[in-house]
Write a protein that binds this ligand. Structure first.
Ligand SMILES: [Zn+2]
Length: 170
């Protein structure tokens, strides 16, 4: 076990059966999120505790500000994500089967940290391509004139991920 600070600690042992709601406000830097995540994240956790498992329904809300790919103006991106985690107590027959969706409570350290899960959930809210948006005719809504050397549409992408696609020779 590492001694890293748990920024979103959830105690998984000794809880009464039933529904419980927890709320956290977390600084993006505590989750090692990039500086573009400008505001604290609201993390709501609904615990559904039964004798053999605890189901966590987690809602992450916040925002990030990234530069537009075309004009570099700041674009506000809402961060809104929901996911579910299941922790087995390990007391039932299926209790020692662990998968991506089902985890087993570590009784030597029964306080789970949701930091990694919340960071991943926040990052998937950021699209690959970020622009100021388009009107109904598909015209870019960028207000700042776009310098040619920054205009992604007037320029070959040099992103390595695109090179990998080109080499597929479709
Ligand atoms: Zn723009």
């Amino acid at each position: 076990m590492n001694a890293r600070t748990k920024h979103i600690p959830i105690r998984l042992s000794g809880r009464a059966e039933g529904i419980e709601e927890l709320a956290f406000t977390v600084a993006p830097s505590d989750l090692a999120l990039p500086a573009e995540f400008s505001a604290p994240l609201d993390v709501a956790v609904r615990l559904d505790v039964s004798s053999d498992q605890i189901v966590l329904r987690i809602t992450v809300a916040g925002e990030a500000v990234y530069p537009c790919d075309r004009c570099l103006d700041p674009v506000r991106l809402p961060v809104k994500s929901r996911f579910t985690l299941v922790y087995n107590t390990g007391d039932n027959e299926a209790g020692d089967v662990e998968s991506d969706d089902v985890r087993v409570i570590d009784h030597t350290d029964p306080v789970a940290d949701l930091s990694d899960d919340v960071r991943d959930a926040a990052l998937v809210c950021i699209p690959m391509r970020i622009t100021c948006g388009e009107d109904e005719q598909g015209k870019a809504l960028c207000k700042t004139p776009i310098p040619d050397h920054l205009n992604a549409d007037a320029q070959e992408r040099t992103d390595a991920r695109w090179d990998a696609l080109k080499s597929l020779k479709l």
